[in-house]
Ligand binder design. Structure first.
Ligand code: KG4
Ligand code: ZN
Length: 369
């Protein structure tokens, strides 16, 4: 539909420079430039390298997205950007770029939450999110159960990890097994050749007295490391595929069990799974089986939309415009620890109908408008 908002989204919270373009809930372009290979030899994302890579990739990636969508910047109804949470320096590159484009093109700017974007991206594949929707958000930095009735304004945290995020556990276990970085995709691949029942690794926070919706993966990670160490010390070969599969089974078992419990307890019959770990093939298969048994409709975006990308930011930006939410002011700042409850960041208080705010006016004066 021609009157559906056309929004460009910029994502730079970690190591992917993502630029997506969305019209309504239709994806028009999803350009991603990743610096993941530059971090591999350090075994994790190095913030300074990520920031520099974003800076270098930003303009070409925006251009690529515009070309793919076949639109000009002037056609846009808004520019959305991840304002947090994430790496401070990396976020700053995206926020600065978004401000520059918003100002130069005279378009409203929407600083949005990375986690809400991970949920909203599913609208590009499965249409508008049912209200309410339960979201299991599992990435390198987060593992949370969130309930939302309106993805632009109401995201309620029910539980979260008390130590490592699920993706972090994948990355650490991959390191123990000597599989490289990032660990998720390679553990996923290795697991296909392994026996997931070979080793019974602990399921964290799964006792009757434990908090129902919180997660803990640090004990599991340590258990895997100890098990591998013991094998090595005994001079035995480590059955890497079996360890990977058994570890993956423990993570996905806890994640799906708690997500379904949260749906049941809150009378929610739609479960969405998002974030990088949602790309995991075992998690997807197990969630599908268990949701079907529980009478819950499962929504998981395709793997390419689960890991960080610009399309998810554009999806949330488009929803913000569609629901007539207030844009951010040009003094918007990146917030590396933006709480999940803050779906968007207002920046300065705006006068009604003033999409630009004070900072814009000051710049406009300089700019000779
Ligand atoms: O959402 P994301 O791209 O970035 C963050 O916001 O953190 O998630 C990255 C995380 C990494 O820890 C990576 O190992 C994990 O997602 N991941 C996976 C898979 N693909 C990526 N974990 C398990 N299985 C996968 N197939
Ligand atoms: Zn993410």
């Amino acid at each position: 539909m021609a009157d559906e908002p056309l929004v460009l989204g910029i994502e730079t919270s970690c190591d992917e420079t993502g630029v997506g373009i969305v019209r309504g809930t239709t994806l028009l372009a999803d350009a991603v430039a990743s610096s993941v290979n530059d971090h591999a030899r350090f075994g994790g994302v190095v913030p300074e390298i990520a920031s520099r890579a974003h800076l270098e990739a930003m303009v070409p990636t925006i251009q690529r997205a515009l070309d793919t969508a076949g639109i000009k910047g002037s056609d846009l109804d808004g520019i959305a950007v991840t304002a947090g949470p994430g790496l401070a320096g990396a976020l700053l590159v995206g926020v600065s770029a978004a401000k520059a484009y918003a100002w130069a093109l005279d378009k409203p700017l929407y600083g949005v939450n990375h986690l809400a974007s991970h949920i909203c991206v599913d609208q590009l594949e499965h249409g508008r999110l049912p209200e309410p929707t339960m979201a299991l958000l599992v990435s390198g930095g987060h593992s949370s159960l969130l309930m939302t009735t309106d993805i632009t304004s109401d995201v309620r945290p029910l539980g979260a990890t008390i130590d490592d995020a699920a993706g972090e556990a994948f990355d650490k276990v991959a390191r123990v097994l000597g599989l490289g970085f990032p660990g998720g995709p390679v553990v996923d691949r290795m697991s296909r050749e392994g026996d997931r029942k070979a080793i019974r690794f602990p399921r964290g926070l799964s006792g009757p007295k434990d908090p129902a919706y919180d997660f803990s993966f640090s004990g599991l990670k340590t258990a895997v490391a100890r098990w591998v160490e013991a094998k090595r010390r005994a001079g035995e070969e480590v059955p890497v595929a079996d360890v990977a599969a058994s570890f993956q089974e423990a993570v996905t078992d806890v994640l799906t069990r708690k997500a379904i419990q949260a749906c049941r307890d809150n009378g929610v019959d739609h479960l969405m799974i998002g974030g990088g770990v949602a790309a995991n093939s075992r998690l997807r298969a197990m969630a599908e089986q268990r949701c079907e048994r529980a009478g819950i409709r499962l929504r998981v975006p395709r793997p390419g939309l689960c890991t960080d990308n610009g399309a998810m930011v554009a999806a949330l930006g488009s929803e913000m415009v569609w629901r007539d939410r207030a844009p951010s002011a040009l003094d918007l700042s990146a917030d590396s620890s933006l709480p999940v409850t803050e779906v968007s960041v207002p920046g300065q208080v705006l006068a009604h109908g003033d999409v630009h705010g004070e900072a814009y006016r000051a710049l406009d004066a300089d700019h000779g408008h």
